[in-house]
Design a protein around this ligand. Structure first.
Ligand code: GLC
Length: 479
């Protein structure tokens, strides 16, 4: 079986969030599961930092020109192989040497060009996959182009398209004035991408794909409702009714996130010997400028500072929690200015209770996962969420709101049966969250119960084993 995965980011090459984790780790799991006779390849843009950092392992495959409407642009294709997976990189300095992955005025054009290159790459390297697997709005056009522009060509006719929605809130919406000028789509394709009077690339991919999936079972149901769908529920209900929508929970790369071997943490530990975790807690306290207090629980968050991650709730009750409980709060992440300001202010007023690092830093994040006791993730919506699984693997007990992938991966602690791997609350309500935090802190004081819970958390298998098989089942079903 031949699979080509198109994404706008993939670890370890380029990352701004969970998509990179998935595009970096799912292919490896697919390859391991499918074995020798399979060919799994990934394609992402060659952002300038990738060229600098991975120069020694990249090899130039070919150079060509790719047209996009009236444009005629250089496209270099580079490659490397990791864990049996070929990674291709689309090289064009004008589009991908920007000092940022997204947020440029011409993102639509940049990813339209990238998407066109993905289709052209197939003939340039003579790799026509059985399945083209695209992810999020940035590669939505690969699916649209495949079905609307290339499917009449013999080599492309039997390629099936899977489209994964990692977050429905980002849809790639543009004015119709650029339909043909930038997206190279003729008038008669207007209805394919039209939604609410504008171009909506995500909608176009949902309509065109042979199979659409999202990254947890619960989110796949949630996005059929207007509360979670960011306006797209009508389109998704139609796909669902046609049997073209499903949910597959993400796994994490359990080799990369491994407390027994992780080079980014001070001491290693396992569920059978947790002693190293205390050392990691001390290191986190150092990083945060706290004096050591092994018995004071630490709540951590590693998150994009975006309101849908539940920060309304945190803003509402965090000060009350840290002033009435013996607890510390630490946060790593960047994002909305108002949220950064809120946390800066709180950390300045309570320097021995609150510490923040306003940056996106993978290596540092491991210290925040490993060194804390509780991991807070009160998302308003959460397609899958990876942090709760990573925290769990590092024995940091997740406390989450029951939505999307959080509901599918975290089962609430039951103190009578000592089952469950975290704490949960249902309503998007700050005081519900606070009550559960208080309950967790009481339990923390009971060492034997807490240790049992930490072990429960570390016992869960969050690897790709099961989910990679489900993707393969889908790929096979599309023949
Ligand atoms: C997005 C979602 C997140 C998910 C990730 C990977 O970042 O917001 O919930 O885990 O994609 O699929």
């Amino acid at each position: 079986m031949k699979i080509l995965i198109a994404a706008s980011e993939a670890l370890p090459f380029a990352s701004t969030g969970g998509l990179a984790d998935v595009a970096g780790s799912l292919p490896k799991a697919l390859k391991a599961e499918l074995g020798k006779d399979s060919d799994v390849r990934v394609v992402i843009p060659l952002y300038a930092p990738i060229r600098d950092k991975f120069a020694s392992e990249l090899e130039l495959v070919c150079e060509m020109n790719v047209r996009l409407s009236w444009r005629n642009q250089y496209c270099g294709i580079w490659r490397t192989v990791r864990d049996g997976v070929t990674f291709y990189f689309i090289d064009n300095l004008y589009y991908f040497d920007r000092g940022t992955l997204y947020g440029c005025y011409d993102d639509g054009e940049r990813f339209a060009f990238f998407s066109k290159c993905v289709l052209e790459l197939m003939s340039a390297v003579r790799f026509y996959p059985d399945v083209l697997h695209a992810n999020d709005w940035q590669t939505a056009l690969t699916v649209i182009y495949l079905k609307r522009k290339y499917a009449h060509l013999d080599e492309y006719r039997s390629i099936r398209a899977v489209f994964t929605i990692h977050n429905i809130d980002y849809q790639g919406q543009f004015d119709f004035s650029i339909l043909s000028d930038v997206f190279e789509l003729p008038e008669w394709d207007r209805s394919v991408v039209e939604y609410n009077g504008v171009i909506n690339l995500l909608k176009g991919a949902v309509v065109c794909a042979d199979m659409v999936n999202t990254v947890s079972r619960t989110y796949a149901r949630e996005i059929l409702t207007d509360y979670y769908s960011s306006g797209l529920h009508h389109i998704l209900r139609e796909a669902d009714a046609q049997g073209r929508l499903t949910g597959i929970v993400n796994g994490i790369d359990v080799d990369y996130y491994n407390p027994e071997t992780d080079p980014d943490i001070a001491a290693h530990f396992s569920k059978d010997d947790l002693s190293g975790k205390a050392v990691d807690k001390a290191e986190l306290e150092d990083v945060c400028g706290f004096v050591h207090a092994p018995d004071t629980p630490v709540i951590s968050m590693v998150s994009r500072l975006a309101s849908h991650k539940g920060f309304d709730l945190v803003r509402c009750v965090l000060e009350e929690i840290i002033t009435t409980e013996n607890v510390r709060f630490v946060l790593l992440g960047t994002g909305e200015a108002a949220l950064e300001e809120f946390f800066r202010d709180l950390a300045a007023r309570y320097p021995d209770r609150v510490a923040i690092r306003l940056e996106y830093n993978k290596a540092l994040s491991k210290k925040f996962y490993a060194g804390a006791d509780l991991f807070l993730m009160p998302s308003k919506s959460e397609p899958c969420g990876l942090s709760q699984m990573i925290a769990s693997r590092y024995g940091t007990v997740p406390l989450v709101r029951e939505c999307g992938g959080l509901a599918d991966t975290i089962k609430p602690y039951n103190e009578y049966e000592e089952t469950g791997n975290g704490f949960t609350f249902t309503n998007y309500n700050a005081h519900d969250m606070m009550n559960v935090i208080r309950y967790a802190l009481r339990l923390y004081a009971d060492h034997s119960k807490w240790d049992k819970l930490v072990k429960n958390a570390m016992n869960i298998d969050f690897s790709w084993n099961v989910s990679a098989k489900r993707y393969i089942d889908i790929y096979r079903s599309l023949k």
